[in-house]
Design a protein around this ligand. Structure first.
Ligand SMILES: C[S@@+](CC[C@H](N)C(=O)[O-])C[C@H]1O[C@@H](n2cnc3c(N)ncnc32)[C@H](O)[C@@H]1O
Length: 650
């Protein structure tokens, strides 16, 4: 009907469907247009969605994405503003956020290993089912019976060097507690379940004392603030979320016995929604808030570091702000104590730093960085060891964030090509290469699905047709891809994104430091304007992929699978289900009778593995990879999550 909206959802057989909108205007217009309209002999009735009241027996919600503190909070949260919070009896914030905390750590590891084995078996089962008729089953499937149905050996799980207080980043929701008190902490469940109560994080063993303390300072401040806290039932209010990011300013050895002594930088990012609020009032509140943070930090014993204070202004319904949500930094008042005067002078430097091995990483407020730095170091070194690197290796670091994997392995390879869609993370990656004196890395700011094919071709020294740079393989995509990945490519989009890339010299946090590396502005234009001048024929082409929770885009999988020179692929994943789904597509044999993808909607009800099986039917005939070995690294003690690494070869 041409009605603008964000998503629609209706289960088969249900007479009720759900429509969500980008903004209040869209919603208002849809209500006016739709209410009472007839479809066939039925009339549409529009009603508000009321959260179901919480049912006692509901299973505790396990946060879905350990790296995304938003989901650590519950992906949707809220309070109803009148303090009549939905009661979730018997739940504690500790059991929601850290559901394994009641087990000794070695039992937690056993528990995770068993559940990973179950997930891995899906790879064997689905690849066996998807193997085309007349094509022999690969050896790894036949041999799987000898190892209990696993596609390859699960070599174990590497424990986290730090078990408590390991998170270097926490996003605390602002809401009302079960007792109606304005609270800064974690949700007791998610909005979908009707749970909107927020409780203090004090009992969550994965949160550091420093982060807890800042949450409590902010909570105290909110009791006296003149501006309202965010109400998720009607999407109004001002204060939404507090992110605490911790960093180090020197690479000296980590002292496990005294965790706080290792933290020398703290960035606080406060998310607000300033719509319809007078600028002067906002300014005054921010001043009071900065004072409160400084006062709280200096009066703590020992005092807490506070090096940057950032405001993120976000109007959207969920707290998940887009990467381009406006950010501005607030000066940190240098009154109160001498120790803070020093930090005040650097208050415009809105970044934190962390160390992996002996490399320093400079991280901007919204860029991804693994939340457990010491365990991440183990993860990256495992991935490097399995990747079979050498001076003749070209390493693709797919979904490279701030460049962590590529930069830590750069000294072991000929060249690193990193691909990342978040412009500030790419800018950080360039800066990180510069500050660590690393010269053999190139970072491309784009969605991997838009450039993977072109980059692989470039390093094969195959001349690229001008059009292929624009067309992108995503035209072949069939069936579902995650919403975030369904962007239609417009011919100019690649060029557009190049311009979006923050040039380090114009970066407000740059303190005037001009990093004169032309490659920093290169991005897609570099691919277009004649490729890497030196693009030699690397003997050994390896990819380490570390995609977000939903896994790799089908176009990226196809590009990796159909590139004959790519013999080894190391897949890192925080979601073993999507790793398995992607591995089904990478490892299932194909035949020369490729089916054209049918444009039916049956995929809507398919599991991720079923969907992957379906996609293998239209994979061009190509040599499949085989799973060689897998290993987990526990980055998230006390939660059911861990990172999984799988080596694929052919
Ligand atoms: C799990 S993080 C890994 C980052 C990095 N490898 C690290 O360990 O710090 C996933 C990264 O993928 C990026 N990303 C998400 N979708 C992407 C896409 N379609 N193309 C390229 N990068 C993407 C995110 O911005 C994020 O930085």
């Amino acid at each position: 009907m041409g009605i603008l909206h964000k998503t629609t959802k209706k289960r088969k057989g249900m007479t009720v469907g759900f429509v969500s909108f980008e903004n209040a205007d869209q919603l208002k217009n849809a209500v006016e247009e739709l209410n009472g309209k007839s479809i066939g002999n039925k009339h549409i009735k529009v009603a508000d969605v009321l959260p179901r009241s919480f049912v006692k027996k509901t299973k505790p919600t396990i946060p879905e994405d350990p790296n995304d503190p938003l989901l650590l909070n519950g992906s949707e949260n809220g309070n109803n503003g009148d303090n009549s919070v939905v009661v979730s009896k018997g739940r504690s914030v500790r059991s929601v956020v850290t559901p394994l905390a009641h087990m000794p750590y070695n039992e937690q590891l056993d528990h995770k290993k068993k559940s990973l084995e179950q997930i891995l078996k899906k790879l064997t089962r689905n690849a066996r089912k998807a193997c085309p008729e007349g094509v022999p089953q690969p050896k790894w499937i036949l041999k799987s019976r000898e190892i209990g149905g696993l596609p390859c050996k699960l070599e174990g799980i590497i424990e986290s060097p730090l078990v408590n207080g390991y998170r270097n980043k926490c996003e605390f929701s602002v809401g009302y507690s079960l007792h109606g008190k304005a609270t800064v902490g974690f949700l007791l469940g998610n909005f979908r379940e009707g749970v909107i109560a927020v409780e203090e994080p004090i009992d969550c063993p994965n949160v550091s004392r420093v982060a807890c303390k800042f949450a409590s300072i902010f909570q105290e401040f909110l009791q006296h603030s003149g501006l309202p806290i965010w109400n998720r039932l009607n999407n109004t209010g001002f204060w939404r979320q507090l992110t605490v990011r911790e960093g180090k300013n020197s690479g000296q050895a980590f002292v496990v016995e005294s965790l706080e002594a290792n933290i020398s930088e703290v960035m606080l990012m406060v998310q607000v929604c300033s719509v319809d609020i007078d600028d002067e009032v906002v300014k005054h509140e921010f001043q009071k808030m900065s004072q409160a943070f400084v006062q709280g930090a200096t009066s703590s014993s020992p005092s807490l570091p506070l090096t940057s204070l950032v405001i993120q202004d976000h109007k959207g319904i969920s707290n998940a702000a887009p990467a381009d949500a406006p950010l501005h930094s607030l000066p940190i008042p240098n009154s109160l104590s001498d120790s803070l005067q020093e930090t005040a002078s650097s208050s415009l430097d809105t970044r934190i730093h962390d160390y992996i091995g002996n490399l320093c990483f400079s991280i901007s407020p919204t860029a991804f960085f693994q939340v457990n730095t010491l365990a991440a170091e183990k993860l990256y070194s495992l991935a490097g060891d399995w990747a079979g690197l050498g001076p003749d290796t070209l390493l693709f670091d797919v979904c490279c964030g701030t460049g962590t994997i590529g930069l830590t392995l750069a000294h072991r390879v000929g060249k690193v090509v990193g691909i990342e869609m978040n412009a500030s993370a790419v800018s950080d990656a360039h800066r990180n290469a510069e500050i660590n004196g690393i010269k053999n890395c190139r970072f491309v700011c784009a969605k991997a699905e838009d450039v993977m094919g072109s980059l692989l071709k470039e390093y094969l020294n195959t001349p690229l047709e001008e059009e292929t740079l624009h067309v992108s393989e995503s035209n072949d995509t069939e069936g579902p891809v995650n919403e975030a990945l369904t962007d239609k490519l417009d011919p100019d989009s690649l060029i557009q994104r190049t311009d979006d890339v923050e040039s380090p010299s114009s970066c407000p946090q740059d303190n005037g430091k001009n990093l004169e590396d032309p490659s920093q502005k290169s991005c897609i234009s570099e691919i277009k304007n004649g490729m890497d001048a030196l693009a030699p024929m690397y003997k050994n082409v390896v990819a380490i992929v570390d995609p977000p929770r939903m896994g790799l885009h089908p176009v990226v999988i196809k590009a990796l699978r159909t590139h004959p020179h790519l013999r080894r692929l190391v897949y890192i994943s925080c979601n073993p289900e999507s790793l398995v789904a992607n591995a089904i597509e990478l490892c299932t044999p194909t035949s020369d009778k490729t089916e054209k993808g049918k444009n039916n909607r049956a995929w809507r009800n398919m599991s991720s593995a079923g969907l992957a099986r379906h996609r293998t039917k239209s994979m061009p005939n190509s040599e499949p990879f085989r799973p060689v070995k897998a290993m987990a690294v526990d980055l998230f003690p006390h939660t059911p999550h861990c990172e999984m690494v799988m080596l694929l070869e052919r």
